[in-house]
Design a protein around this ligand. Sequence first.
Ligand code: ADP
Ligand code: ADP
Length: 221
Amino acid sequence: PPIVSLQGVNKVFSNGTVALKDMTLDIRMGEFLSLLGPSGCGKSTVLRLIAGLGEPSSGRIVWPAPDDHEIGFVFQEPTLMPWATVFSNVWLPLRLKGVSKAAARGQVMQALEMVGLDGFAQAYPRELSGGMKMRVSIARALVTRPKLLLMDEPFAALDEITRFKLNNDLLHLWETFGWTVVFVTHSVFESVYLSSRIVVMAARPGRVVEDLAIDAPYPRD
Ligand code: ADP
Ligand code: ADP
């Protein structure tokens, strides 16, 4: 079943830009879906609308099970608080929900372990490499245990080798934990390497032009 559906979604910004035209897409439970397309085709707009950061101009976004609405969002930049430790950065989403540091400890440490940074809880962002900062940002997105992970060109700013390592680690985590992932990229390599499904978009106006299953569907319920 879909975890979330875009139904005839249009997005027109106030300056008249038609960012999305008649976008219909079921995101299915357990799939690793890449949104692939050139700059400006509306990939980020799709993620932001799914995340509730903005409303469609028309059309609907439907969550069949309200419990699934919990999401994790990973941005292109790690966006860590430089004055706070790795632990406190990862704790943030739980803290915003009113979870104390002591109560959050187990979940924070587990998220850090998942991304291979369990020894770094007391480190500060400036002490970490670019790849490690991105891992912290992934841990922060995972700490609330969302069913849906939205990633907006998360590795675009990293060198090729770090990027490849993170691709492998992400794939391993996805295979282990069975999340649903929507991954925005303009790298054909990355989309083919990671995904069970590739949705190709084109620009002006932003729309879906191909929807390719590149692996067996993953039923994970
Ligand atoms: P992508 O992520 O594929 O690069 P975006 O979703 O960021 O594309 O943008 C889609 C289109 O909408 C682009 O033409 C972009 O310039 C435009 N756009 C995005 N955000 C805004 C905004 N807040 N106001 C006006 N136009 C925007
Ligand atoms: P990146 O993900 O940026 O490529 P690397 O994995 O290459 O980072 O690591 C950068 C440096 O940090 C290396 O010196 C590496 O030994 C160290 N490092 C990275 N992850 C860990 C870890 N989980 N435990 C110990 N050291 C680590």
